[in-house]
Structures are given as C-alpha cells and as structure tokens.
Write a new protein. Structure first.
Length: 483
C-alpha cells in the first residue's frame, strides 16, 4: 500500500480526521481540489462538545485565542434600534462541562488552525489535487489523482462536501427535504468604521424590504458575516461585490460606500438531507458528504467534526492495533442516528426563525447530550441503575482527578479505565491507562472504560467481560489483578 488512508477534502472534517490519524501513527494522504483552504466564514459556531474534541486534538488553546462568545442580537427597523437579546443561552462552566458556551469563530480561521496543527504532527494537504477515479476491491482502494498519480490505500474517506462527487459515483442516494425554498446570500464584508453598525452586537433587520438581513461581527478581524434572505423563491442570488453592496444599501441604512470590501460571497437554499449509507466497502462518507443541514443552530460543522472523531480512532485501532475490521461497521451504525437527530434540530430552528421567532437556543444545540447507548460498542453490565445514571454509550464527563482533571487523563489516542468507588485493576498498557476515584457523583459507582473519543464504551462492577470488549476494539491487556 502507498498509504493507509486517502482523505478527500480539506474542510473541517478532513482536517480533523487527518490530525487524529497522524497522532495515531496512521499514514494518510489528504487531497484538496482547491488551491487553498476555504476562505469564508460559513460555519462560524463551535459547540461545547466540539470544543472538547479540539481540546483532545491539541487545537483548543489556539481556538480560544481566536474566538469569542456570541454577541447579543440587536434588532433594527430602518435606523431605529429595537430590543437586544441573547440568541444562545449563556452558561457557566462546571466541573463536568468545562466548555459551556458556543464560541464564535469564522470557519476559515478554524480551518487555518486545524491545518497548523496537522503540520505540527507531520501531516500536510495536497492542494490543487482532485480525485479523478476510484476503484474498490476487497483488499483496498485505488485513487486516481489529477496529478496523474494513483494511490493505493486500505481505506478512503469522502469529506468532499454536500455535492460529493464520490457519493454520487458510489450510487449512494441522499434523502431529505428543502427546509426553505427561498435563496439566501452569505458573504464576508468589511464595513467603514463610521457606520451605525458597531462590533458589539449581531445586527438584524427582520422586516427589511426584500427579506431579512443580519450582520455578525467576526472575532479577530474587521469583518462581518452578512446573511440575507430572499422573499422570492424564484430569485437568483447575485454574489458579485456590486450586488452585495447594492443589497445592503437597499435593505439597511448602510450605503454602498459603507461596504469597504466584499471578501467572499456564496448563495444557498437551506436543505436537510442524509446519505442512505455512510459506508460502501472500504469507502466512508463523512461531514457534508454524509449529511447537509440548514445553518440554523450551528450543527453542520460540529456534526462533521464528530464524524471524523468517531471514525478516526476506529481506523487507528484496525490499521495499527489489529482490531477486527468489523469495528468499522460501528461508524455508520453510530453516526447515522446522531446525524438524523441533529438534522431535525437544525430544521426546527430554521423554521422557527423564519417565522420570526427569537427563541433562545440552549442545550439541544451544544451536542453534549448526544451518545451511543444503542450501539454494539456500548456494553453496560451493571443492573439496577438509578434514573439518570451514567451508562455505557454516554459522554464521559470531566471532573477532578488527583492534581488535574479527568480530561487531562483522557487526552490522547488511548483508552482509559476509570474505577470509581471500586478496586482498580493493576494491569494496564500503553493503550489502556488507569485511574481511580474514591467517589464522584457524576459517574456513580463502577468501572468505566472510556473510548478514545470520550464516550463510555464498557461499564461494570468487576472486570468480568472487559477483556472480550478490549479484544473487540484492538486493545488487549494482560490479566487483571484488582488492587
């Protein structure tokens, strides 16, 4: 094999997967048909669960430095300032949830920071390189590239966007609906500092002639993200700089001269759709190639990050630690139900917003409550658990551990066996680290095997059955001796 994995598409999905594989010692080639990283702000919200992922991948400090909390919304009618409100519920960090709020950061900046992390780990992106052909066999894949090269790999991951040519070539259908038939414009603009639009609020003209307009200040820059809806379902959106300036002048108190620069612009119609399968043999779909969302609720980019995080450790276990290839079946079975749920959230929020509702978005968008209790990889051996108890398949909460935190213990490509109120088995390995807590209410009582992606994989009172689970995920350890 020339490489272990070919990843097609250097968006957030492909970059996160490449980072995770690099730290696991898995050879991966990441190809991107564009000449550079995506330049726009499109997916600008990072949810709390994704912040936990980025913490594990070593990207969080840079993300925190480049982001901010979401500003308060400010309604306008012409030049008249109306009410202010928080679109997102603000929460205080806790012992279990250290990153409690959604952060605002342009997608382009997120991708730059992911790319920097990838290069730190020795990885890279082959820009200006498109996939031109794909052949699959029982033993691997052959990927023809626009450079004339053919790569042989064990697996290929399609992270090539909502219009995914790979998905179409595989004959995998996309089932869904049009959330809103009206076209929308999204653009990044620089405004004159002398306008009435300040950087302390997210400004919105809900009753603007021709359709609502919103301007959100982007942290770390002098840019605003513009989103403009159309009231005409048959309209064609003009994304030229001249048209963007004219739209703002027609619908808001700004003049065309107030728009100093239009840096990027695109149009879209809100859809919610999911691929009928996330896997075809040795090819996997991830991110927008597997599911497309309305931007409402900030779920698309975050769900894509979770796809990559779920798939990365499983590819690593199969390719580097001898886990049965059947482990990879759990990617589709775990991620498809989650994607379906999240699509529903995005659609509900979009339609409520289109109806003029300003409902605050809370826990449902943070992705902290998503889990895999119904997965074959969630093995719960304890009986009689009380209502609300932590179970196999749930996200593993943070909390104090010795002089540090549980997330410090979990950080890295390994599994973690946590004993809470029960004896700690003495044996461990490089793949399975151990720790003991005398007690912690968030966990209750028992042994908890934390998967590399931060979910409880197996839980029990004793180690009975644990060896079989570890063998199934490619992490066998010596015989346990309780201490």
């Amino acid at each position: 094999m020339d490489t272990d994995v070919v990843i097609v598409g250097a968006g957030p999905t492909g970059l996160v997967l490449a980072i995770d594989l690099a730290r696991r010692g898995v050879r991966a080639v990441l190809v991107e048909k564009g000449e550079r990283l995506f330049p726009g702000s499109r997916g600008k919200g990072i949810q709390p669960r994704s912040l936990e992922v980025l913490d594990d991948l070593g990207v969080l400090p840079a993300i925190l430095s480049a982001s901010s909390l979401y500003p308060r919304m400010l309604g306008w009618e012409g030049t008249e300032r109306l009410a202010e409100w928080d679109m997102l519920k603000r929460s205080e960090p806790s012992g279990q949830v250290p990153y409690a709020n959604t952060l605002l950061i342009p997608q382009s900046r997120t991708q730059e920071l992911l790319y920097e992390r990838l290069t730190e780990l020795g990885g890279d992106v082959r820009f200006g390189t498109a996939l031109t052909g794909l052949r699959r066999s029982e033993d691997g894949v052959e990927a023809d590239l626009s450079t004339g090269e053919t790569l042989r790999a064990a697996y290929l991951v399609a992270a090539d966007g909502g219009r995914s040519p790979i998905r179409k070539a595989l004959g995998i259908g996309m089932t869904g609906e049009t959330v809103d038939p009206r076209p929308m414009l999204v653009a990044d603009v620089r405004l004159s500092p002398d306008t009435i639009v300040d950087r302390g609020n997210w400004h919105i003209w809900l009753k603007a002639p021709g359709g609502a307009v919103a301007l959100c200040p982007l942290p770390g820059s002098d840019r605003f993200q513009l989103i403009a809806a159309s009231e005409d379902e048959t309209a064609t959106v003009d994304t030229s700089p001249e048209a963007v300036r004219a739209l703002l002048a027609a619908r808001t108190p700004l003049t065309e001269a107030d728009v100093v620069e239009v840096l990027w612009a695109s149009d879209f119609r809100a859809r919610a759709a999911m691929a009928d399968r996330f896997r075809a043999g040795r090819v996997f779909l991830a991110g927008d190639a597997a599911h497309v969302h309305s931007p409402a609720g900030g779920q698309g980019l975050n769900t894509s990050i979770q796809d990559a995080y779920n798939l990365g450790w499983k590819l690593g276990q199969v390719l580097r630690h001898g886990a049965p290839p059947a482990l990879l079946d759990s990617y589709e079975s775990e991620r498809m139900p989650v994607a379906a749920d999240v699509l529903g959230i995005s659609t509900r929020i979009h339609r409520a917003s289109s109806d003029g509702a300003n409902a605050q978005r809370g826990e449902e968008v943070q992705q902290l409550m998503l889990g895999y209790r119904d997965s074959a990889l969630a093995v719960e051996t304890r009986d009689g658990l009380p209502q609300g108890a932590l179970q196999a398949g749930d996200r593993a909460p943070d909390g104090p551990c010795g002089e540090g935190r549980l997330f410090d213990l979990f950080r890295g490509p390994h599994f973690t066996l946590l004993a809470v109120g029960v004896p700690l088995p003495a044996s461990a390995s490089e793949q399975v680290r151990t720790a003991r807590l005398a007690g912690y209410e968030a966990y209750g009582r028992g042994l908890f095997l934390i998967r590399p992606d931060g979910y409880v994989g197996w839980a029990g009172e004793t180690t009975d059955g644990l060896d079989a689970y570890l063998a199934a995920v490619g992490a066998p350890v010596p015989a346990w001796a309780a201490v």
